[in-house]
Ligand binder design. Structure first.
Ligand code: UD1
Length: 354
């Protein structure tokens, strides 16, 4: 069986890793296509190196652009790649522009598509990721859902017959890296004492960065936090803050570059909590059992909220109060599976291939 994984943005490099490890055991062939959506070294190459992944087999090099331009470039670049390699399966992950473009390119060439992380919804159609998820789930042939809730959602949309629950693929990576970084020195920016309380923060969603008043309020909210906030600044945040004349270095905030994944896991493990608008980091905080505060009105990973480990704080002026809340109740719940998702995905692909 020839499997082609299509990745392009930071979370996808983590999602594909367990598939690479599993397929390397044989007997199947794996081709990894990198669309080039993320291209900075810290946003891309370091993930392949840290996760001991071979470099991608095919680089499309599409780069940044508006949604239409970026998605269109990926679509156009994939046609000849699919034509040449004729995979038995295309595998796409999550909700990025690479996900939706990979899906459309493949289904139009009658190549079966499996969507990893199917069935998640924020029900917020202003998020580009929500549109990407819905379109991908409806177009794909096999839906690999991480949770019970995702399976239920797919059934509600009439997609239950092509859905299988396999657990969450990133859980495998998070657990593997957590075990690997035990005892590792946490790399924090100068001036932040790793032995004193601090938060790890990321903010990059368009809803928070692209409107100046909103971004100002989010930064002011984090600046008022009771402990230092190590802000791992995504290129979009840096760009929008610079063009809007907003200084990220305010109050408790200590801005710094994005971290490689092992350093990120170590930083979260050493922290007293996480502040984010990322999807993945909310779940990682839960898996690492650090309380998360999410600067959004909704979450796709509802289990983290239900179990008390994640609090939605859409109003940034309340961040200080929300961060000062009592510790969540301990839990041994495993809503994202036990960490054998890649094996289950390969089994599902094998069972469906003609
Ligand atoms: C994308 C995903 C988002 C995911 C995030 C993780 C979509 C619609 N969104 O958002 O779901 O959570 O990746 O990081 O696909 N840029 C650089 N260097 C890079 C990458 C981006 O400078 O290596 C800058 C560019 O100015 C670009 C902007 O960041 O315009 C946004 O990048 P883009 O890939 O369009 O979306 P993300 O915000 O990263």
């Amino acid at each position: 069986m020839k499997i082609m994984s299509i990745v392009g943005a930071r979370p996808e490099f983590l999602q594909v890793a367990p598939l690479c490890w599993e397929i390397a055991r044989g007997p199947h062939q794996h081709l990894v296509v990198h669309t080039g959506q993320h291209y900075d070294r810290l946003m891309s190459d370091v993930f392949f190196e840290d996760l001991r992944l071979p470099p991608p087999d095919i680089m499309l090099g599409v780069g940044s652009g508006s949604h239409g331009v970026q998605t269109g470039r990926i679509l156009a670049a994939l046609d000849p790649v699919l034509e040449q390699h004729q995979p038995d399966w295309v595998v796409v992950f999550g909700d990025t522009n690479s996900t939706v473009a990979g899906t459309l390119a493949a289904v139009k060439m009658h190549v079966p598509v499996a969507h990893v992380e199917a069935g998640l919804r924020s029900f917020n159609r202003r998020m580009p990721e929500e549109i990407n998820r819905v379109v991908t789930d409806h177009a794909a042939d096999l839906l690999l859902a991480p949770t019970v809730g995702a399976m239920e959602q797919l059934a509600r949309e009439g997609l239950g017959a092509k859905a299988i629950q396999v657990g969450d693929i990133k859980t495998e990576v998070t657990y593997a890296i957590r075990d690997a970084v035990q005892g590792r020195v946490v790399r924090l920016p100068e001036g932040v004492d790793p032995s004193a309380p601090y938060y790890v923060a990321t903010i990059h969603r368009a809803e928070n960065t692209d409107e100046p008043a909103r971004l100002r309020a989010v930064i002011a909210g984090m600046a008022a936090a009771p402990h230092p906030v190590v802000l791992l600044a995504h290129p979009r945040l840096l760009d929008r803050a610079a063009t809007q004349g907003i200084d990220l270095r305010q109050g408790s905030i200590v801005p710094t570059d994005p971290l490689a994944y092992p350093d990120m896991v170590a930083a979260v493990l050493g922290s007293v909590g996480v502040v984010t608008d990322s999807g993945g980091l909310q779940k990682e905080a839960f898996l690492l059992r650090r309380p998360c505060t999410t600067v959004r009105t909704e979450t796709e990973w509802v289990e983290t909220v239900d179990l008390g480990w994640n609090v939605l704080c859409p109003d940034p002026s309340r961040l200080r109060a929300v961060l000062s809340r009592a510790a969540p109740p301990p839990t041994s719940a495993e809503p994202y599976g036990a960490g054998d998702t890649a094996r289950q995905i390969i089994a599902a692909l094998e069972s469906k291939v003609a």
